[in-house]
Design a protein around this ligand. Structure first.
Ligand SMILES: [Zn+2]
Ligand SMILES: [Zn+2]
Length: 207
């Protein structure tokens, strides 16, 4: 099987010294950086866990639904930190890579330990995987996604605020401040960005 001439992640042509690789060196470095961000006591995973048990370390999530005040993004945090979240994304790749002779699946342990161990294995084998593993683009994407989701929660990024506006026909539509425009569901009239934001803001219903 011939090696591809271009990186499977970015549009770059592979250079002579990159012959035989599936991805270019800069893409490998980006993946490595993302992996590094996830692991360790100050990594994204540990910081996500702190959001579930404030001040109680990163021993994996414990959720008490009935007691205490729920943290707004708890659901999202939980789905990332619990078994099946980031740890499973990483371990699935470790297992997959192991079948290519790229590292072995380590023993279990606490979730944080498993994350660290998986990241460690993946980073240690990353360069060889860049030569040997056919799905580096998929791997890179999943790692990037895990980092993005974790960073979004930690930085408190929210969904853009939506504003309900009323079309003269009476139909209310929620738009964001950076809307490209919309078509009214009621009268099919099309609104551009500035037209949409000039519409009357729908009144909040009085209690
Ligand atoms: Zn690349
Ligand atoms: Zn309308």
């Amino acid at each position: 099987m011939d090696a591809p001439a271009a990186c499977t992640i970015c549009p770059r042509q592979l250079l002579d010294h990159e012959t035989g690789r599936h991805i270019c060196t800069p893409c490998e470095q980006r993946i490595d950086q993302n992996l590094r961000k996830l692991a360790g006591p100050a990594g994204l995973y540990a910081r996500l866990c702190l959001r579930i048990q404030p001040g109680r370390g990163s021993d994996g999530p414990v959720v008490t639904r009935s007691a205490g005040h729920p943290i707004p993004c708890n659901e999202a945090v939980l789905s990332l930190t619990a078994n099946g979240g980031i740890v499973s994304t990483l371990e699935t790749w470790v297992e997959d890579w192991a079948s290519y002779g790229l590292g072995i699946h380590g023993p279990g342990g606490r979730l944080q330990h498993r994350v660290d161990q998986a990241v460690d294995t993946l980073r240690r084998n990353l360069t060889r995987a860049a030569h040997r593993h056919p799905a580096m683009d998929e791997f890179g994407r999943e790692i990037y996604q895990a980092v993005r989701q974790a960073e979004a929660i930690i930085s408190g990024e929210r969904q853009p605020r939506r504003i309900p506006v009323t079309c003269p026909c009476g139909t209310v539509t929620s738009v964001t401040l950076d809307t490209d425009g919309f078509e009214c569901r009621g009268c099919q009239r099309g609104y551009g960005h500035s037209e949409a934001l000039r519409l009357q803001v729908a009144e909040r219903r009085a209690a």
